[in-house]
Design a protein around this ligand. Sequence first.
Ligand SMILES: C[S@@+](CC[C@H](N)C(=O)[O-])C[C@H]1O[C@@H](n2cnc3c(N)ncnc32)[C@H](O)[C@@H]1O
Length: 265
Amino acid sequence: MMRQRKLKDLDERMEDLADYLDKDGRQNKGQWRKVFAQQLIASSWEVSRMLYEGVMSEEELEQSLCPPDSQLCLEIGCGKGKFMCDRAKAFPDSMMIGIEGQESVIVRAAEKIREHGFWNAYLISGYVHDIHEFFEDGELDGIFLNFSDPWPKARHARRRLTCRENLAAYMDVIRDGGFIEFKTDNSDLFDFTLEEIDALGLETDEVSEDLHLSDRSAGTGPDEDYQSDDSEEFDGINASERFRTEYEEKFMKKGVKIKYVRLVK
Ligand SMILES: C[S@@+](CC[C@H](N)C(=O)[O-])C[C@H]1O[C@@H](n2cnc3c(N)ncnc32)[C@H](O)[C@@H]1O
């Protein structure tokens, strides 16, 4: 009875948050910038007035708000959404999509987006198996994989997000010059990932066995409340050091070294 009530509550919360998350996402393949432009139009009277006044057509407005070269990134397994929301706040002209399989977790991310009124953060609810179903080749600027489930048993290796089949697919959906960044506490998963990168003949751009240089920042509290700042780096090791996830903070407090690798297409 209790469980049924909990599930009913979850369903109601998901319904309530429908503006911030998509229960499928596949229908937006190749159209994600348009989806964000529509979010921006809906969230701003100043912008939507341009449509009413006929200053431009809807298509022209969408193109000017989120042009093909505007930054669009994805986090797979975004959990409660801290990382993507911190980035959405710090880079208000860029767009972040988070995919998360657990409904009880993604509602927390959607509530953050609603609370802050971010037009540039959006969620897909569900487990991704083949990224090609959601994105056109070259549609994304970057993909973040943060503290992905380790699937420690050898027979489950193909379920790891960083297995070679998945990495190859991620490389398809990022543009030339785009990036993949991976952070983990798990040494076995990190070593496996480096082997898979090697097996695909991909080159690593940056590798660190201790992203936060433990003597400097292990055990420090959350680095919260980012403010947009022109000097802020969008991606790369310094940005990755700065933007931290829920799991990352837990591991850092325990003194666990965070491993990091970055690939560029
Ligand atoms: C260990 S948690 C890390 C959460 C968050 N990235 C963080 O660092 O705090 C991994 C998350 O990835 C999600 N996940 C795992 N595989 C996934 C998949 N194929 N598609 C979507 N979400 C996935 C899990 O549901 C879980 O919430």
